[in-house]
Design a protein. Sequence first.
Length: 192
Amino acid sequence: MDIIMCGVGGQGTVLASRVLGDTAMKQGFQVRTSEIIGMSQREGSVVSQVRIGHDLNGPLIPDQAADFFLGFELAESVRNLEKLGPQGIAIVNTQKIVPPSCYLGASSYNEPALLDYLQKQVPTLILIDALELARQAGNLKAVSAVMLGAFSAVYSEIAAAEIANELIEKLPEKLKDINTRAFELGKTYAEG
């Protein structure tokens, strides 16, 4: 199973990839991961590749081969969509983080065009407002928990409870309840 995750620094993309990788290893799967992290910790491009299975080779997923695609930010999702296979499932957070070049007038952020492109290119697309669900859970920084919950609703190889437990183990005590709620909100949304 090949999973691509992409977003912007600070959204929890790296945390989500580690949660999935560690959960899979505890279930007896081999795991290979790769991460590309942008120039800045916050608001730089982040792409994580997670391969789960048996007899795996390298960590890099070829173009048009990923089974699952988790896009944490709208424009980054479009930018990395070439990794998704033709039968793949994409879960895309509709959150937009406008880059500084747009504020400076060097480029534009055309949200309707980005959404239209995704809807035309991806046969199985789940658009989710993970930022709003994280807010409902109690913390805007729980986007990764929402995305993992949504993913757990469409990925059957590992039980959702196992993914949620691994996430909660990696967090400080004060964030566990919020992230548990965020995970469940994401899961419920994707199931509906």
